[in-house]
Design a protein around this ligand. Structure first.
Ligand code: T1G
Length: 697
């Protein structure tokens, strides 16, 4: 059964696409569209054609799943050329999110209409691609080179009202009037006939446009392939004819499609959609209603979490031990709202509404109506257990009790209550209102309902919620330990902090480990290490970080840490004092310092992540390797175009990773570099981490 059908009404052919969930342009859809367009074009009784889609959206793009396979005909550029060549008006009637190849199909049509709520965009750059079916040649011709560049380089969709203003669409209608209005437009366009964008010319542009655009995006798209290709294509749309421009676009598209970058970004796309499929939690699991949220602790994290919940529409009670803390927390929340208004992200009304739903208290007794409590107090087990004992005594039955701990044992906290089944870890990342990642930590007794409700909460907070198991540091911080360990060893062995950071940033990390340590506060990690009894008995282990903290160098917050920071500046300056401290410690430990190549720095830090990721999979702390990738690309600045540490390992090849790990074992010792069993097994059988992911077995 083809996902494309054709009807006729008063001389108008209506071609409908019905390929849930998002009417992606699969091979069957392309074939069906071509068949129906041919049929309508050859039917003398048909004066005009309307293309419309069933379900929640018009075509949301090419079928991304097909990109890993050899392309099958009909190819999209040919289909679009066929639509444009029809000698009677073809109208695209759009609702939902018309994206990528879907918008290119609409640009092949002669007229476009959309409902008020529609969004239209070319997000290919977010997949390491560029529009590959004439979009880079048609869009500049229709709306101008500069707005076309903005749409394709940002990947962000525009609203229907903006699309009408720019000329991207010809008409707009109410959400429930699409079919009717499209038929009217079709009837009236018969007289004016087809209008082909290919025949239009791109309006003149300011001479400095392309150089300026290249300069503007250089920092943002560091290391990415496709943005430059997009700029080049739009340049060509002004310099060569339509067909030649399309040939160049196609060449660039195929080059990008086959690039590891696009593979990494496509992996990230599907990985983020897979996280909500939690093994053992069925689609029909009950979700508990949440309206009232209480946040315990009005510090930076508590205030950020409260702001996040208010922005998502919840009513929030903020609790702190003292009035001063509460005032400080409320002021932080006020500032966050004002910042949102200043950046034009939210309206004054939204701010007033949000702040109106906030109340503050020092009395646990006021939390009786809370549906969800999120504890964000000091990272100390005894203090957290005390808080949960109090919550257990005041909160209503069925309330979800969540802890924002970043490393501590969720079961130990849960067992401080009489209702461990209602306790879960909700690990937000700082700053809580910006970082997209939410580690949802299931305890041994946490109920399916509480897990399912937390996954739904993450969506409403616009977070990527990853369900992980309970162990020290869960997924992210547990792996960070091994990444940070190698950084600390490399400092002693001869690499400077700034060289390590530059090397990893050049490789794609958002920030280097030493700058991140200073940003997060070296004392945070120090206190956690002090609380642990199972640390390796190796004098080098976090030696430099410990010494810096013992000298009061906590990082940005104290003006110096691994780096120096000028007053009111976040820019790290190398500090000769730190370098001599490192040199002295190396001497004391009998470590001969040496020149260390960037490749060794990358491999030791990143393979430290990968090997611990493999152990996390074996321990069942992560349900799938792609979940680990989502944690690192959304919470730790791992380059999205590399897909995440586990996808990166798969792209390098696990046999090569294993061999390098064995080399490190022989050079640096088995305590830190014994290859994990899963890596050995997969490398030995020429398999990938993604091969053992649920749903792929
Ligand atoms: N191909 C295949 N599957 C897709 C898909 C696509 N384009 N878009 C979504 N899905 C699946 C998704 O994996 C999920 O599956 C389900 O649909 C619902 O998605 C030639 C080269 C449309 C805004 O980049 O941005 O066209 O997990 O959970 O939050 O120039 O999906 O249920 O099994 O995200 O409501 C360009 C990508 C492609 C758009 C809906 N298009 N999609 O968001 O639902 S490249 C895109 C989205 C291209 C041409 C080029 C969003 C959405 P499952 P969802 P949502």
């Amino acid at each position: 059964m083809s996902p494309v059908s054709i009807d006729r009404l008063d001389g108008i052919a209506i071609i409908s696409v019905d390929n849930p969930p998002v009417n992606a342009l699969s091979q069957a859809v392309r074939e069906g569209l071509l068949r129906c367009v041919d049929e309508a074009a050859d039917d003398a009784a048909v004066e005009a054609i309307v293309i419309v889609c069933a379900g929640r959206t018009f075509i949301a793009g090419a079928d991304i799943r097909e990109f890993g396979r050899p392309p099958e005909p009909p190819h999209l550029p040919d289909l679009i050329a066929r639509i444009e060549a029809v000698d009677k008006p073809v109208i695209a009637a759009m609702h939902g999110t018309t994206l990528g190849g879907g918008l290119e199909v609409a640009l092949g049509c002669h007229y476009r209409i959309a409902v008020q709520s529609a969004l239209l965009g070319l997000p290919e750059v977010t997949l390491g691609l560029l529009p590959g079916a004439s979009g880079t040649q048609r869009l500049p011709r229709l709306i101008g080179a500069e707005p076309a560049l903005d749409m394709m380089l940002s990947g962000k969709p525009v609203k229907a009202s903006q699309a009408l203003e720019s000329g991207l669409i010809d008409a707009i209608c109410d959400d429930d009037k699409l079919r009717h209005t499209a038929l009217e437009l079709a009837a009236t366009s018969v007289a004016s006939g087809p209008r082909q964008i290919r025949d239009m010319t791109v309006r003149e542009v300011r001479p400095e446009l392309f150089d300026q655009t290249r300069a503007d995006i250089a920092r943002k798209t560091r290391g990415l392939l496709s943005p430059e290709k997009i700029i080049r294509c739009v340049e060509l749309s002004l310099q060569v004819d339509f067909d030649e421009g399309c040939r160049a676009e196609r060449e660039f598209f195929l080059e990008c499609k086959d690039s590891p970058q696009s593979a990494g970004l496509r992996h990230a796309f599907f990985a983020e959609r897979a996280v909500s499929k939690v093994p053992g939690i069925g689609k029909d699991t009950d979700i508990r209603p949440i309206n009232n949220v209480a946040v315990i602790g009005a510090g930076t994290m508590g205030a950020g979490i409260a702001y996040n919940c208010l922005s998502a529409g919840y009513t929030v009670q903020l609790l702190d031990n003292d009035e001063t803390g509460l005032e400080r927390g409320a002021a932080t929340i006020q500032k966050l709202f004002e910042g949102g208004v200043a950046r034009g992200k939210i309206s004054e009304e939204k701010m007033a509404d949000g702040i109106g739903r906030l109340s503050a208290t020092t009395n646990y007794g006021d939390l009786g109506d809370a549906d969800l409590v999120i504890e964000a107090v000091f990272e100390n087990l005894a203090i957290k257990k005390e808080v949960f004992e109090k919550l257990d005594s005041v909160c209503k039955a069925g309330a979800i009790l969540a802890t924002n701990t970043s490393t501590l044992d969720v079961d130990a906290i849960a067992n401080a209550t009489s209702r461990p089944q209602d306790v879960i870890g909700l690990h937000f990342f700082s700053p809580a209102h910006i970082m997209r990642l939410l580690e949802i930590v299931r305890g041994t007794d946490t109920s399916a309902e509480v897990i399912a409700t937390s996954v739904a909460l993450a969506k409403r907070l616009r977070k990527v919620g990853v369900v992980v198991g309970n162990c020290f540091g869960f997924v992210g911080n547990r792996m960070l330990y091994h990444y940070g360990r190698e950084n600390q060893f490399l400092l002693l062995e001869g690499a400077t902090p700034e060289f390590i950071d530059k090397t990893l940033v050049d490789w794609g990390m958002a920030m280097g480990p030493n700058a991140v340590g200073d940003l997060a506060g070296l004392d945070v990690g120090y206190k956690i290490r002090q609380e642990r009894s199972d640390l390796p008995d190796d004098p080098r282990f976090y030696r430099i970080a410990d010494l810096l903290v013992e000298q009061g160098r906590f990082g940005q917050k104290s003006g110096k840490g691994m780096y120096l920071y000028a007053a009111d500046s976040r820019s790290p300056q190398p500090d000769p004092e730190v370098q001599s401290l490192i040199n002295n410690e190396a001497k004391k430990l009998g470590i001969e310092r040496r020149e260390i190549a960037p490749q060794e720095i990358v491999e030791r830090c990143i393979y430290g992540l990968i090997t611990e990721g493999a152990r996390i999979l074996t321990d069942g702390i992560a349900a799938r390797s792609s979940d680990i990738d989502v944690v690192w690309t959304n919470g730790y600045g791992f380059p999205r175009y590399r897909g995440g540490p586990m996808h990166y390992a798969d792209s390098v090849g696990l046999a090569a990773v294993r061999d390098k790990v064995c080399e490190f074992r022989d050079r640096f010792g088995a305590e830190f570099w014994e290859p994990p069993a899963l890596l050995e097994e997969l490398a030995g059988s020429d398999r990938k981490f993604s091969d053992v992911d649920p749903g792929t077995r």
